[in-house]
Every structure is written in C-alpha cells, then in structure tokens.
Design a protein around this ligand. Structure first.
Ligand code: DCP
Ligand code: CA
Ligand code: CA
Length: 366
C-alpha cells in the first residue's frame, strides 16, 4: 500500500433496524414478527422495517400501502421519538467512554476516531466488539460496525456483516477492497449519479479509478474530486465532535390538509416558537429564513429571504414567514409546513481542534 495514504483508526457504528428493534424490545408481542414503524394510512410511509418484514421486501421510505401489499401480515407501529432519543443518549455515552472524537450522523449511528483512545487499546477491531457488547448489555439492542482507516471505508464496511456483525478492512486490504467495491455501495453516490456512472461504464471502484481527476470533475463537478480520492483510499475528512450546524428547522405534517391561510399562520406560529426555543438553547441566530410548503399533491415549494442581520426571536421569524406565505399565493390544500433558519452565526463558535494525520506503515495493529 502507498505510504502516503493517511491512516487513522475509525469505527462506524450503526444500530440494526433501529426504530423497529426498539419497538420489538419494548413490546415482546412484536418480537419475531414483520413490523413497520410509521403511519398505516393511505399516505403513510415506512420509517423502519424489522428484519422479518424485510424478507417480504418492506423497506424504509416505502409507501405504507405498498408495504402492506408486499406483506399482508405487516404490523404497523407508531414511532416514539422520545424513546429513540433516550437510547441514542445511552449509546453516545458508551462511545464517549472510548474517545471524545465521536461524530453522530443520526440518532442511531456515529463515527469514532479511536487512533488514540481512553482505554489505550491498540485494536480498533476489539474496541468495536466491546462497544457492541456494551450497547447490547445496556440497551438490549444489536448494533453493527465497520472498522478501517477512514470514515468512508468504515461506513461502507458497517453494512457488510449487518445485522449484529462487524467488518474490518485492514490497511493492506484497502486498495483491493475499494477496487472491487460496486458503485452501488459507494457512500455519497446517489441514485442519479449512479445512473450517470453506469452510462459512462463505471460499475466498480476499479472502473472509477481508471478515470482522470479532470474527467471526474468535468463530469461530476465538485463531487468528482471526492470520488477521485476516496477510491484511492484517501478521505481525510476528520471525525468532527462538534459538527457545526448549518441550519435549524422544524416542520409539521397535518392529519388533515389545510387550505386556509389563517390556519396556516396558526401552525407556523407554533413552529416558530419551537425554533426560537431551539435557537436559544444552542445560542445561535440566522440570517436566512425559509418557508417550506408541501401540497396535498406532494409538490414541494420553498421560499427564502435573507436579511442583512441575524435574528432569533419568534416575532421577527413570523413576520418574515408571513411575508413569504403571501408571496406564495397558496392555491392548493397543504399537508406540511416547515420553517428553517440558515446562514447561522455558528462559524465563530464551534472551533474544531485540528487533528494530526498519522501515517504509519503496514505493520499496524487494527
Ligand atoms: N429512518 C426514517 N426515515 C428513513 C430512514 C430511516 O425515519 N427514510 C429512521 C428509522 C430507522 C432509523 O432512522 O430505524 C435508522 O435508519 P437506518 O437507515 O440506519 O435504518 P435501520 O436502522 O432501520 O436499519 P439497518 O439495520 O439497515 O441500519
Ligand atoms: Ca441503522
Ligand atoms: Ca443509520
């Protein structure tokens, strides 16, 4: 392997069928059965499917109606976000026993940099095993993990032996692993890019590697640079413990579509109140206010306004939102409303300690 590839010991941990497993944990009647967390109504969607349900082709983000067709015995369960957050806190506490370099990606997954760790354990593989055991001991839930030299490979690896498994890609395995990796499994390649790559004859890491940096940036823009480097084992993105927040928002989906602007303003006031509370909790303010409207036919409209100064009070937020709502000239009934603030004044706040990159040779405890 090329000596110039920076090597850190990164673990990606991801809970198995998270929401669904929590529901099965708390309600023994649901164990071993095909369940879906989400709405059962005609316009509901599946947030999470138990592994029993996946056998029937039930997947997250699938319309509930389709899920029911695929699996007539499917049991729908309402989500309980507070409970998921509670478990998320427990697993984050476990991560922090090993390292402060923990970067959560969502409630159920995180990157950990254990190059140097609080236990003085040189083996990232063994740490991952311990963490998964500890998660099971404290929550009764299974997690999977990927272990490698950077975030990209760790993330891809955590899916390989899922559920309840882990996979280490050792430094000397990195290059062949990436060459053989199907483009479909590349983290950061979405459906659209995937199609584009297929059309260009790029199906594996090896195909991707045969393309020049110029070609990739011309074809894929800025992401082209990312693809060029990750496929060579270079992904120097650090594990960022205090991810700088780029925006803060809240939204509501209504059980019945609403068509009166007066009612909409009522809902928007609630949302603005929540945003004000969260802004003050994290001590931030923003310059750009965005109103999001999803109509009953699922079309999505957003309107934004950027101010020359930062705001955080609900009164001001509502004023702008009202202006944006009137510009929108609502024509159809509405199923979802949301407000978000971006252009936040956080740049000065979350200073990230620069980590040194470690370059080591092949003989490496992993
Ligand atoms: N989730 C959601 N809406 C989605 C995808 C996911 O609400 N479109 C929620 C439900 C999931 C949780 O986030 O349980 C974690 O998402 P994952 O993508 O990690 O999926 P799972 O944990 O459910 O399954 P896996 O075992 O494949 O990780
Ligand atoms: Ca998961
Ligand atoms: Ca996840």
């Amino acid at each position: 392997m090329d000596d110039a590839i920076p090597i850190r010991k990164i673990i990606h941990v991801d809970m198995d069928a998270f929401f669904a497993s929590v529901e099965q944990l708390d309600n023994p009647d649901l164990r071993g059965k095909p369940i879906a967390v989400g709405g059962n109504s005609d316009r509901g969607v599946v947030a999470a499917a138990s592994y029993e349900a996946r056998k029937f082709g039930v997947r997250s983000a699938m319309a509930s109606a389709v899920a029911k067709r695929n699996c007539p015995d499917l049991i729908f369960v309402k989500p309980r976000f507070e409970r998921y957050k509670e478990i998320s806190k427990i697993i984050r506490k476990i991560f922090l026993e090993y390292t402060d370099l923990v970067e959560p990606l969502s409630l159920d997954e995180a990157y950990l940099d254990v190059t140097e760790n609080k236990k003085g354990n040189p083996s990232a593989t063994l740490i991952a095993k311990e963490i998964r055991q500890q998660i099971f001991k404290e929550t009764g839930l299974n997690a999977s993990a990927g272990i490698s030299i950077n975030k990209f490979i760790a993330k891809v690896a955590s899916d390989i032996n899922k559920p309840n498994g882990q996979k280490t890609i050792n430094p000397e395995e990195v290059i062949p692993f990436l060459e053989n990796l199907s483009i479909r499994k590349f983290y950061g390649v979405g459906k659209v890019t995937q199609e584009k790559m297929y059309n260009q004859g790029i199906f594996t890491g090896k195909d991707l590697k045969s393309k020049s940096l110029d070609y990739l940036t011309e074809t894929f823009g800025k992401s082209g640079t990312y693809y060029y480097y990750v496929v060579r084992g270079i992904h120097s993105s650090e594990v960022k413990p205090n991810r700088i927040r780029k925006s803060l928002g809240a939204e509501r989906t209504f059980f019945e579509n609403i068509s009166s602007e007066v009612f909409m303003m009522e809902r928007l006031k609630d949302i603005a109140e929540e945003i004000e509370r969260r802004l003050s909790k994290s001590k931030v303010a923003g310059k750009t206010i965005t109103l999001k409207i999803k109509y009953s036919d699922f079309t999505l409209h957003t309107r934004s306004k950027t101010l020359p100064y930062f705001i955080s009070e609900k009164g001001l937020i509502i004023e702008i939102v009202q202006e944006l709502l009137f510009q929108e000239k609502v024509s159809n009934s509405v199923r979802l409303l949301g407000i978000s603030l971006s252009n936040l004044n956080t740049e000065k706040m979350g200073k990230i300690k620069k980590q040194k990159e470690v370059v080591v040779q092949l003989k490496f405890d992993f």
